[in-house]
Design a protein around this ligand. Structure first.
Ligand code: HEM
Ligand code: SF4
Ligand code: SF4
Length: 400
């Protein structure tokens, strides 16, 4: 076998394997969606709002976080005011035990964070399996990876803020991990601790990162949405209502508590892992720091460049085509296209109509929405002609 033939057969093997995996994964997710549809109908199926749900939880986090912020004291000193010890740990205890519904608000904040991460992963997996992340959508994908990393880091800083023994241990583990990095390790450690060692300034830094990055999320979200014509960012009120109910149930069933107050002279060495936010600390304690950093960086890089990595093994995206002789310039396709891939241009001289639709090829995702929008059969997907789709639907309906 010559090497070029061998390469081609390797490519085919890879292509078939990858597409087979995506096909099976997609079928499994569709079956789960169908199952939920039977129970709650498609209108209320939360999986159809996999993008809107992280956004919903973000609003819940902002609101509950604002209430917690009102009483939080970002210090680690043992300062006394009217004979009462005032620091981060005692302020969190005060919120939980003494403010009316303080414990509930704290629980909602914690569980909404977990739910947000869960739905972000579902969302990312869904857009990957349905092939809605390549080409013109690369910016949604890359900004999505940035959002995920930011959300994970924001959640971790939330754990430091409680300033119990787990916070102290996580802070120390982070410092050791940063110290293991060549060149950038030392400045990163100084930035993280806001100095050389853990002080009051460290905790105000954590608070600043936690809140500052949460607001920065809004900018990255803008980038995430800017290329979509009508992103679905709010689930139906009934779904929101049920989700808040589930959060409340979780809070009552497993109320959030703090561990013992952190003491800089103690050496806590065990902690409870929150698998949504702290899995990297678990990894860190089960491998060398060098392997940890290399695998984390590799995972982040592979996730970011996935749309380009799979370029050669994914099916080509064939853009929609306008049948000029049939186009009336009604603009329905232009209004319905989710990716601003249709432009209305002046029709050529002598035409009965003023405008004509044209497809901006690099933006077209081959979604077919314009085909459904056009009442004049004037736009089609070459690989899936309208007539074939209609006859398939007829055959399917007759078989039922
Ligand atoms: C804070 C986290 C995130 C929020 C709030 C969010 C929200 C959304 C929303 C509301 C949409 C529009 C969905 C629609 O209209 O059907 C969307 C689309 C998209 N998101 Fe996210 N997302 C987040 C994270 C991610 C992540 C982590 C990824 C992948 C790594 C990702 C990749 C995408 C892609 C590729 C699309 C385009 C899908 C399409 O065009 O149908 N997102 N996102
Ligand atoms: S297939 Fe049509 S609706 Fe979909 S992106 Fe292309 S032009 Fe827009
Ligand atoms: S919907 Fe059809 S007829 Fe109307 S502008 Fe688009 S392609 Fe032309």
């Amino acid at each position: 076998m010559t090497s070029s033939v061998q390469n081609e057969s390797n490519d085919n093997w890879l292509k078939q394997g990858y597409n087979h995996f995506i096909d099976i994964a997609n079928k499994i997710t569709l079956a789960i969606e169908d199952g939920i549809n039977i129970a709650v109908t498609s209108k209320y199926n939360p999986l159809y709002y996999h993008g809107a749900l992280p956004q919903f939880y973000l609003w819940v986090l902002f609101l509950s976080g604002l209430l917690l912020f009102a009483y939080y004291v970002p210090t680690i000193d043992n300062a006394y005011l009217s004979n009462r010890l005032i620091n981060a740990w005692t302020s969190v205890q005060y919120i939980t035990n003494s403010i009316p519904f303080g414990g509930v608000i704290r629980g909602i904040h914690r569980y909404a964070g977990d739910a947000m991460v869960l739905f972000i992963f579902l969302h990312a997996i869904r857009v990957w399996f349905t092939d809605r992340y390549r080409q013109y959508r690369w910016i949604q994908w890359v900004s999505g990876v940035v959002l995920l990393l930011m959300v994970l880091f924001i959640g971790q800083t939330g754990y430091y803020l409680v300033w119990d023994e787990r916070s102290l241990l996580l802070t120390r583990m982070t410092v050791s991990a940063l110290e293991a990095l060549p060149i950038i390790g030392a400045p990163l450690k100084a930035w993280f601790l806001n100095g050389d060692t853990i002080t009051n300034l460290t905790l105000s830094n954590f608070l600043f990162i936690h809140i500052g990055l949460s607001f920065a999320l809004l900018f990255v979200l803008w980038l995430h949405y800017v290329r979509m014509t009508r992103p679905v960012i709010t689930p139906p009120p009934a779904v929101n209502f049920v989700l808040v109910g589930i959060l409340l149930l979780a809070v009552f069933l497993v109320p959030i508590t703090s561990g013992k107050m952190a003491d800089l002279n103690s050496q806590p060495n065990t902690y409870e892992v929150d698998w949504f936010f702290l899995f990297n600390y678990w990894l860190m304690s089960h491998m060398s720091l060098a392997v940890f950093w290399v695998s984390m960086t590799a995972a982040a890089v592979i996730a970011t460049i996935l749309p380009w990595l799979v370029k050669n093994v994914s099916p080509p995206v064939i853009p929609a085509e306008v049948v000029i002789s049939k186009c009336t310039g009604c603009s329905l396709c232009y209004r319905d296209c989710p990716y601003q891939a249709i432009e209305m241009v002046p029709a050529p001289a002598g035409s009965r109509f003023k405008l004509l639709a044209t497809v901006n090829i690099p933006r077209c995702s081959s979604c077919g929405i314009c085909v459904g929008a056009c009442a004049f059969d004037a736009i089609d997907l070459p690989q899936l002609p309208d007539a074939n789709v209609l006859s398939e639907i007829k055959t399917f309906a007759e078989a039922k």
